[in-house]
Design a binder for this molecule. Structure first.
Ligand code: ZN
Length: 670
């Protein structure tokens, strides 16, 4: 009977902003994509997994200028952080797209031109709130202040209403078409709650979308009108087609487009579920099967964000244990549509209980017994008894159910199914007590049967967990004496019995050493390495133009321990205020110290600051900077200091960030 061939599978992550330091949120999306990609490959499907970086825009331009390099050179330097992290997490995209690549820029310009010719893009006037100091339009979602103005979120200054010439995308023309598509494709947006959100937003009416800026220089120029740059969303979203060969490799594009699943954080749902399908409809391209908005990882019930200081550095979690425990935890703990709370206790508990105890011990016990009792080669076994047949049956059922869960993107449930089987096999070994069978040579055929059943269970388990635990699954595979790679297993051919199984069993090493929570937390709170941004990193090689180039693989930076994480509550206890310097003198006999009298609005105080090697007292007089106002007073060289100023320190030099804007003394800084 001829088998129907399975459709190709195309999975994407959002392209991450290249200026960002990758954190657990980036890691989460990419790990989901990687696990799905590995699963679909093992299901016999042709797979394309795309990730990448968004490299245009003002923030990149600004950071580059601050470092005295051009924006592309800056992007080349910092993009390495993403290459490094994906390698460290065992994530293997088929292509890493960067929006500064020629193949992307050309594709975006071509699509822009098509829509312009069609009349879906037209020139008009954009009116919006603009920050003169940052040369940037504020996003529409920023609320009006009481006085009817808007405040720039980046610098805190008042914004002004400014109009500029811009190109619009005729989004308003697609309202009904989008609603029709949602109605006929109820799985287009998942989970269902997000679909409801999107539908009601579109029902509320769609305005045409400004998609170019004359104020942002670092972007893709509008074809024929280079004073305009194509704005972030029109540029970035099209990576999903340029990355798969749009207008460049028709065969590749035809094979994989439309995408099977766009994985996104729920904060960028509107762009992916409204703007993106409208762009595609306008260019007559088919729509993706599914936009899946995953939840956020929270820390202490708050969304992780840089401003809250509760961002988790993935390296801290993987440097001691490798990538598999983190991959397992993130995928096992919650369904991908919901928010999850990250706690170190929860993480370590999963590692110890599910990985070290359940799976790790099973591998170690079963294989050690095969080594000890039969020198690594299981002899001819006795007949299968009902208890053995039950394990075989449990495996077949587990396999079917786990595969069905993987296929519906319910990775946590797939893992639940597999772990129920692991528990059953542990119980089977306890019930059949091979260590007792071993004592009586007459029972050795029975012993061989029990250990063969255990080995077959482990072999099947290794294959089923391979999408989530690729490194550990391969180790189990090799310990069992299997040849080749577990990733080459095809699920439809995966049987419980395997000729040659248990004939060359190797001594296992502990897969998941138990982690002591106290020791882990202590390790985790050691000082962190400096941001990779400040390091001289190797530049990436010339950008490839072929569709599936290997990702440049710079050496993985050994993860350094981080500063202790503070909770948001701890952070909120600190009081930062604007200090105005009203007196400044040197501290006698201390060449580094200045004694400052500062005005905090409601009171005056004296502080001692170790900045005298960089600043003279005169240079500080009249200046405003940030102090931590509720630090316990300290006596420094006999002088009392009631607070501390904040400054960057490098060697003997220091640099105080002064306020340029006119802020009142004592104003809160948060
Ligand atoms: Zn501003």
């Amino acid at each position: 009977m001829e088998k129907k061939s399975k459709p190709p599978f195309y999975v994407t992550t959002p392209i991450y902003y290249v200026n960002d330091v990758p954190h657990i949120g980036h890691a989460y999306t990419t790990i989901i994509a990687d696990a799905l990609s590995r699963f679909m490959k093992m299901s016999g499907r042709e797979v394309f997994f795309l990730t990448g970086t968004d490299e245009h825009g003002q923030k990149v331009e600004k950071a580059a200028a601050e470092h005295g390099v051009d924006p592309k050179a800056w992007a080349d330097r910092v993009v390495v952080r993403f290459f490094d992290l994906w390698k460290a997490l065992d994530c293997e995209p088929d292509f890493f797209i960067r929006t500064t690549m020629d193949l992307h820029e050309k594709g975006v310009q071509k699509l822009f031109q098509i829509l312009l010719d069609k009349g879906d893009i037209y020139k008009g006037e954009y009116k919006g709130w603009y920050c003169v100091s940052d040369e940037n339009f504020l996003t529409e979602d920023i609320a009006l202040e009481k006085d009817g103005t808007k405040i720039c979120p980046d610098c805190g200054r008042k914004a002004q209403v400014v109009s500029e010439e811009t190109y619009f995308f005729r989004l308003s023309a697609y309202q009904q078409k989008l609603l029709d598509h949602y109605a006929s494709h109820p799985q287009f947006v998942r989970p269902q709650s997000r679909m409801n959100e999107v539908t009601s937003f579109v029902r509320g009416g769609l305005k045409d979308l400004s998609i170019t800026r004359t104020t942002v220089k670092w972007g893709i120029p509008v074809p024929g009108d280079p004073a305009h740059s194509i704005y972030v969303w029109f540029d970035a979203l099209h990576n999903y087609v340029t990355g798969i060969g749009y207008d460049r490799d028709p065969a590749l594009f035809k094979k994989f487009w439309p995408a099977s699943i766009h994985l996104i954080g729920k904060d960028i749902l509107r762009f992916h579920a409204v703007f993106w399908p409208a762009f595609l409809m306008a260019s007559d391209l088919p729509l993706p099967d599914c936009v899946f908005g995953h939840g956020w990882w929270l820390k202490d019930e708050a969304k992780m964000s840089k401003s809250k200081g509760n961002v988790l550095d993935p390296y801290v979690l993987i440097h001691a244990m490798g990538p598999d425990p983190l991959r397992y935890f993130l995928l096992r703990e919650i369904p991908i549509g919901l928010d999850g709370n990250f706690s170190h206790e929860g993480f370590i508990h999963r590692v110890n209980s599910d990985l070290a105890n359940d799976l790790g011990n099973l591998v170690s016990r079963a294989l050690t017994m095969i080594r000890n009792y039969f020198a690594g080669t299981i002899p001819e076994p006795g007949p299968e008894e009902p208890a053995d047949a039950d394990v075989r049956k449990a495996f077949e059922e587990t396999k079917d159910r786990a595969i069905a869960q993987y296929e519906s993107y319910a990775l946590n449930k797939a893992l639940e199914e597999i772990w129920a089987f692991i528990t059953a096999v542990n119980k089977y070994l306890a019930d059949n007590a091979p260590w007792k069978l071993h004592k009586d040579p007459a029972l050795h055929p029975r012993l061989a049967r029990v250990l063969l059943t255990a080995a077959a269970s482990l072999r099947g388990t290794a294959a089923l967990v391979a999408p989530v635990l690729p490194g550990s699954a391969q180790k189990i595979w090799e310990y069992l004496g299997e040849s080749g790679s577990v990733r080459d297993v095809r699920f439809d051919l995966l049987a419980f019995d395997s000729p040659g199984l248990g004939q060359a069993v190797r001594a296992p090493e502990p897969l998941f050493p138990r982690v002591d929570l106290k020791a882990f937390l202590a390790e985790e709170t050691k000082p962190a390495k400096e941001s990779a941004m400040d390091e001289q990193k190797p530049l990436t090689p010339e950008q490839p133009s072929a569709p599936q180039p290997p990702i440049p693989a710079p050496p993985v930076v050994p993860a350094a321990p981080a500063k202790p994480l503070v909770t948001y509550d701890e952070f909120a206890k600190m009081e930062f205020r604007v200090a105005h310097v009203i007196e400044a003198v040197k501290v006698e006999g201390a060449k580094k110290l200045l004694k400052l009298r500062i005005d905090l609005g409601t009171e005056q105080r004296q502080i001692v600051a170790g900045v005298a090697e960089t600043y003279t007292p005169e240079q500080l007089l009249g200046k405003k900077f940030i102090v931590i106002a509720n630090l316990q007073p300290a006596v420094i060289r006999g002088v009392e200091s009631q607070g501390m100023l904040l400054a960057a320190v490098a060697g003997d030099k220091s640099a105080i960030p002064f306020f340029e804007a006119d802020v009142p003394a004592g104003a809160k800084v948060k």
